[in-house]
Design a protein. Structure first.
Length: 635
């Protein structure tokens, strides 16, 4: 169902709100189901037992692939652009992609993977990451992609949590000028993971890697031998499709579980309406499949809609900081979807790097992952879009499965820094500090969603109580997003950022508690507190306040630098380099309330170098420490 005017958008939103059964059964009927549903939606946010299209059966890959074989077998489905400019791209038509996915599914089957088994992918952006997740879906196996920047320990934690049977990795990855030894990291992780029976290795760099007899097998030779036919396994709409781990404000990462039918309908519907593609358009989302954006808007959304999707292995700055623009020019990309952090980083480079490429193919620009500041928005609009391309600022989360609030390209207006309107089916509410719904048209508060939508995660793998507690306990009967938002007189939303202890570093979501736990593993650290602070390129940076054991605090600048290196090594080992602090301040204490709670608000202000309105600190357990911390921060 493509919405093509603003009037239609309002009508669709109204209908989806008032008569969701009718609306979603119309949208869902565009897909192939093996058995129809008995009910469109059931369950509620009080019992937290949401189901969509219950009773129906399907296979999502038939909708991504087989369905297109009649109408567009020779249309390019995927263009894979390698890391290096000298290497040739690989393209797959829908027919070829179908065959590749079937081959991969046959390999998985031969290696013992069956419906319901969990398969972890720890790969860089090679084509087999995309075909591999689809191959799992073809068999009804559950994929869980772990971003290839995570450490062995982080990988092991995820493998153990979902009790995966198989890991698929590369020998090494290419990313810019760097290679990362993914197989070596996997081996390290697997020392401690009993559930893994097989490891498939996709050779990418050709590095020599140890192979464990009976466990490790090279992937490409198996694919070559495999049959390109594989029947799609029939699964229930509510059967698991994938698990994706993400950070929260407390505890270990959560494995959000997405199920099949509702996710499919949501990914397809949101892709179609937000991006508004024409049949011969070329779409490029620069995310990594290790994150939700790469699941919904490199893989499932575009393929469900028969689009051509570009998949890029490299980084925006390699071999030079014009790579994005060079690739847009090379493939005549029409729809370009990236993160504000990339925009800011490229904005800081010489404008000649943009000007040397022809960007006239572009029609629509997108932004995702964090709030986009006005300056970056204007630069994107002017220098990349040449003031001709609507910008869709898409707000959503790993938990939501797909875009929730965004303009629809060329259909509803784009406004700098505003995600603008909720998609049909999304009923946002703003709540004030007393948990009252803000009824006025405009306002500011905590952002909740009051009704179920098809793409929402159904649970946290293995821990439904935690799911309920995390998302549905702050405001009874509502899904709490963890974000704050403003709303203007016209009902348009402007997301202001997280209101919980989650920070968004270069669009990567990092729980402060996770970083603290990792820092505390250092044998000379007694306690730490981690907060976000404004960062010109990353959006938010990580600021760590660290208390050392008696007599172990580094004093000279050199000692401090060495200690910081050790802390970075601990973080890299436990989480991965993405969680390394940008700033570390050694302190003798942390401001605490009399009940022992760390006053993060004060720490956030000091990290932001803003010491106005620190509030009444006299009631703290240790008010004197605030002065010391201010001084240590140079304030
Ligand atoms: O704070 C919001 C921010 O990213 C969080 C979700 O992160 P993650 O689950 O990793 O998914 C990122 C990709 C969808 C949100 O809670 N966020 C995401 N998109 C936007 C955003 N903040 C403002 N504007 C956006 N467009």
């Amino acid at each position: 169902m493509q919405i093509s005017s603003k009037e239609d958008y309002f009508k669709a939103w109204q209908e989806a709100s008032e008569n969701p059964e009718n609306f979603w059964s119309k949208v869902a009927s565009e897909y192939q189901w093996k058995k129809p549903w008995e009910s469109v939606q059931s369950g509620n946010f009080t019992d937290v037992n949401i189901k969509w299209f219950d009773g129906a059966t399907l296979n999502i890959t038939e909708n991504c692939l087989d369905r297109h074989l009649q109408e567009r077998p020779d249309k390019t489905a995927v263009i894979w652009e390698p890391n290096g400019v000298d290497e040739k791209e690989i393209t797959y038509t829908y027919k070829e992609l179908h065959a590749e996915v079937c081959r991969f599914a046959n390999v998985l089957k031969d290696q013992g993977i069956r419906k319901g088994d969990r398969v972890v992918f720890y790969m860089s952006m090679v084509p087999e990451l995309l075909t591999g997740v689809l191959a799992c879906a073809r068999l009804g196996a559950v994929h869980s992609v772990v971003f290839a920047g995570f450490s062995a320990q982080a990988l092991a934690g995820r493998i153990k949590d979902c009790e995966a049977k198989m890991v698929i990795t590369c020998d090494e990855s290419y990313r810019g000028a760097k290679t990362t030894p993914l197989k070596e990291i996997t081996d390290e992780a697997l020392k401690d993971c009993g559930s893994i029976e097989k490891v498939l290795i996709r050779v990418r760099t050709g590095a020599s890697v140890p192979m464990k007899e009976g466990r490790d097998i090279e992937l490409l030779p198996l694919l070559k031998e495999a049959s390109p036919h594989c029947d799609a396994v029939e699964v229930a709409a509510e059967d698991p499709l994938f698990i994706l781990y993400t950070s929260g404000s407390t505890g270990t990462p959560k494995g959000l579980l997405h199920t099949t039918g509702g996710y499919m309908v949501w990914a397809g519907f949101t892709f179609e309406n937000v991006f508004q593609m024409q049949d011969d358009d070329i779409y490029w989302c620069t995310a990594d499949i290790g994150w939700i954006t790469g699941h919904s808007y490199i893989t499932y959304g575009p393929l469900l809609k028969g689009a051509t999707t570009v998949m890029f292995e490299g980084v925006p700055t390699y071999p030079e900081a014009d790579r994005f623009w060079q690739v847009v020019d090379k493939y005549k990309v029409t729809h370009f979807y990236t993160a504000p952090t990339a925009i800011r980083a490229l904005e800081a480079c010489d404008i000649e790097l943009v000007k040397r490429h022809d960007l006239s193919s572009l029609k629509v620009l997108g932004s995702v992952g964090e709030p986009i500041n006005d300056e970056a928005w204007q630069w994107y609009h002017k220098e990349i879009g040449k003031e001709n391309c609507p910008i869709v600022d898409t707000w959503w989360q790993t938990e939501t499965g797909g875009i929730m609030i965004s303009s629809l390209a060329g259909v509803t207006e784009s406004i700098s820094t505003y995600a603008t309107y909720p998609l049909p089916g999304v009923i946002p509410q703003l709540l004030d500090s007393e948990a009252n719904v803000i009824d006025d048209k405009s306002g500011e508060g905590n952002l909740c969603i009051s009704k179920p939508w098809p793409g929402m995660a159904r649970t946290i793998w293995g821990n439904h109580e935690r799911y309920k507690e995390t998302y549905f306990s702050a405001y009874k009967g509502k899904y709490f997003t963890g974000d704050g938002s403003k709303r203007d007189e016209s009902g348009r939303y402007r997301i202001t950022g997280r209101v919980d202890d989650v920070i968004n570093v270069s669009g990567h979501r990092i729980g402060t508690a996770e970083v603290e736990d990792a820092l505390n593993e250092h044998h000379h650290v007694i306690e730490s507190a981690v907060v976000g602070f404004p960062h010109d390129i990353k959006g938010q940076g990580i600021y760590a306040y660290v208390i050392c054991n008696n007599g172990k605090a580094p004093t000279s600048e050199e000692e401090q630098e060495n200690f910081k290196k050790e802390l970075n090594a601990v973080i890299t080992k436990i989480i991965g380099p993405i969680a390394k602090p940008d700033q570390v301040q050694f302190v003798s204490g942390l401001p605490k309330t009399r009940s022992g709670k760390i006053m993060r608000r004060i720490l956030r202000k000091i990290a932001a170098k803003d010491i106005s309105n620190l509030g009444d600190i006299s009631t703290l357990l240790n008010p004197e420490v605030v002065e010391e911390i201010k001084k240590g921060a140079g304030l």
